[in-house]
Design a protein around this ligand. Structure first.
Ligand code: GLC
Length: 442
């Protein structure tokens, strides 16, 4: 955990050189990143035996909140007896998400599919007795939703892996390269297996902070994936050999300079199913989602199914409300790019790809009109997305002899407002053009 915190802190300081993709030239991957940039919303699924007791995924034994033996007893309670991948995929589709990422193996080393490299899987060790990945991917693909495989590089259960509990390691790599090599061929074997079996559109690595790029052979791992699956996208937790950044839980205040980024976030305060009622409200989720998109990123929103394969009611509610909002307002989200730089509008915004349509997002109940500063364009039309209500902008303070644009004020009647976030569509005469000066005669 501590190592991870240090890594995340460094990521924030160094927004110029992003670690996650530092070895991968953006021009080389731009084309394959196309669907990801347009997707905006993904659903993350932390499925694992930790749902049996409702405790922290893998970290609970690592941090010694429970003994390893007791943690592993959860294997006996993992039934999946009500697992309905078609229902999951329907719900994900309803939320508006364009991709989903599921745990194929977390740090506890329990594979959620039939790995041939050891016996530690839900297929061989739990009453579920079956692979949960393939049927889920099949259902996603039927609905044209991209499939992502979360894979933990860390494997605290494997005898050849150095790390185990927070204060006790099995060995140190430098003292036993043969043992480390055995682990390396094991985990790379699992990656090959997953790549071949499930052909993920996206690989979501986790835990790279425990070893260096050289130790993981990160470049080789990238090559293994891409040689079998050339268009696969790889997240930024591969010690510099991934394609995009993954800030976790913490939201950037200024727009990240990364080419592609995704905020991964829990729906309550936990990744897996937990006895945790601190659910984020649909309003909170939607405003966070909008903010990520307005800053050029995606949101990967997590859910934690129960051990029988059912999804908590509160979670279903969040996804349905988010989906209903996306249905009304998706025009302003999907296939757009990040919006105006700070200072022109006090809220999030997006732009159409040709930047001649501006979308303004209004949080909660507006008190008074919306204002845009420094917009040089002529406005052709303003409407409320999802309702079509036409609004009349008023240009205030435009001085005839000055090239500096006036302020745009738009009144939004309460009846035209969305129950969560209202979106205004501002059609401009041509691609957006902004005045960024300091007033006066400039
Ligand atoms: C962290 C945690 C892990 C969780 C992941 C999701 O890296 O170690 O438990 O799965 O975040 O982003």
């Amino acid at each position: 955990m501590i190592k991870k915190v240090v890594l995340m802190a460094c990521t924030w300081i160094s927004v110029q050189v992003s670690f996650g993709q530092k070895n991968v030239p953006p021009a080389e991957i731009r084309q394959k990143m196309g669907w990801f940039a347009d997707a905006k919303l993904g659903i993350f699924i932390h499925a694992g035996i930790y749902a049996v007791n409702g405790i922290d995924e893998s970290w609970s034994f690592h941090n010694k909140k429970i003994s390893y033996a007791d943690y592993m007893k959860q294997l006996k309670g993992f039934t999946l007896k009500n697992y309905n991948p078609a229902f999951w995929a329907d719900l994900i589709q309803e939320s508006g998400a364009r991709y989903s990422v599921i745990t194929t193996k977390h740090h506890d080393g329990v594979a959620m599919y039939d790995t041939h490299l050891n016996d530690r899987s839900i297929v061989k060790k739990t009453p579920a007795g079956r692979d949960m990945i393939q049927p889920f991917f099949d259902e996603l693909r039927k609905r044209n939703i991209k499939c992502g495989a979360y894979y933990s590089l860390i494997d605290w259960s494997d005898d050849n892996y150095p790390g185990f509990l927070k204060d006790s390691n099995r060995y140190v790599v430098a003292n036993d390269y043969d043992r480390w090599n055995r682990f390396r061929s094991f985990f790379q074997g699992q990656i090959k297996e997953i790549n071949k079996k499930f052909k993920p559109d996206l690989w979501w690595f986790d835990g790279d902070w425990e070893h260096s790029a050289e130790e993981w052979e990160a470049q080789k791992v990238r090559t293994i994936i891409l040689s079998g699956n050339p268009n696969a996208i790889i997240n930024g937790r591969l010690q510099g050999w991934g394609d995009y950044e993954t800030p976790e839980q913490n939201f950037p205040v200024t727009r990240p300079n990364y080419n592609w980024w995704e905020l991964c976030m829990t729906s309550n305060d936990n990744w897996g199913f937990h006895h945790d009622n601190n659910w984020k409200t649909p309003y909170e989720i939607i405003t966070i989602f909008v903010d990520a998109v307005a800053n050029g990123g995606n949101l990967l929103l997590d859910m934690g199914p129960k051990a029988d394969g059912t999804i908590p009611e509160e979670q279903i509610h969040i996804l349905k409300e988010l989906g209903a909002w996306n249905k009304r307002n998706g025009e302003a989200i999907f296939n757009t790019v990040g919006g105006l730089p700070q200072g022109h509008f006090y809220g999030p915004s997006t732009l159409s790809k040709d930047s001649s349509t501006l979308f303004l997002f209004l949080h909660g109940k507006q008190n008074g009109p919306v204002m845009i500063k420094g917009l040089k364009n002529k406005i052709e039309q303003v409407t409320v997305v999802g309702k079509g209500t036409r609004l009349q902008p008023k240009i205030v303070g435009k001085i005839s002899w000055s090239p500096i644009p006036g302020l745009v004020y738009i009144n939004v009647p309460e009846a035209a407002c969305d129950k969560y976030v209202t979106v205004l569509k501002v059609k401009l005469d041509k691609p957006v053009s902004l005045y960024k000066g300091q007033g006066g005669l400039q």
